[in-house]
Design a protein. Structure first.
Ligand code: 5GP
Length: 191
């Protein structure tokens, strides 16, 4: 049987702790992970081609024009987008591929590819969300406030997703495990 890979989209507002969960999935799971392009500057420790392709605005806009982006969105003053080819290649090779992207881009993909599995990572409460957004320590106050307001907007989109996974403090391993169980169940689904 020619099994197609699953396209798994993971979104979660700033402060959901999604980054830690995705790092854990990278360690555990034999999946491909889409490397996005962004116009944001690298944070300490981030590598070009591993965490992101760091490009300038002109390059990003050229990629959009040339149809190289499966989706893209603006987030807190920068472009972020998913290069189309690695996703198409993984799926046609029967591999699962995980995309860690924000809500607007996720909904663009769901329209084009309704078979995508959409998982929303939710912070347990507002105080935790705020503490996590402030905790990173690499952002200016202005960017923190922008991320906070975007986070509130994004939470309203959770009902558009197929699954919601709560990420309680100190329980990111459990949240990552829950995502793996969802993916397992989707492999067995008949629809
Ligand atoms: P950060 O700057 O914290 O790395 O990412 C900011 C937001 O952009 C996160 O919600 C992240 O999931 C999202 N993001 C990362 N890559 C992409 C992408 O390719 N497309 C879209 N639409 N969002 C992305």
């Amino acid at each position: 049987m020619n099994q197609k890979g699953l396209l798994v989209i993971i979104s979660g507002p700033a402060g959901s702790g999604k980054g830690t969960i995705v790092s854990r999935l990278r360690e555990l799971a034999p999946f491909d992970f889409s490397v996005s392009a962004t116009t944001r500057s690298p944070r300490p420790g981030e590598q070009h081609g591993v965490h992101y392709y760091f490009v300038d605005k002109a390059d990003f806009e050229k990629k959009i024009e040339q149809g190289e982006m499966l989706e893209y969105a603006q987030y807190v003053g920068n472009y972020y987008g998913t290069p189309r080819k690695p996703v198409e290649d993984a799926l046609s090779a029967g591999k699962n591929i995980i995309l860690d992207i924000e809500v607007k881009g996720a909904l663009q993909i769901k329209e084009k590819m309704p078979e995508a599995i959409m998982i929303f990572v939710m912070p347990p409460d507002y105080e935790t969300l705020l503490a996590r957004i402030r905790g990173r320590g690499t952002e200016t106050e202005e960017k923190i406030l922008e991320r906070l307001s975007r986070a509130k907007e994004e939470i309203y989109s959770a009902p558009d997703y197929d699954y919601v996974v709560y990420n309680y403090d100190g329980k990111d391993t459990e949240a990552a495990d829950q995502i793996l169980r969802i993916i397992d169940a989707e492999h067995a689904a008949m629809r």
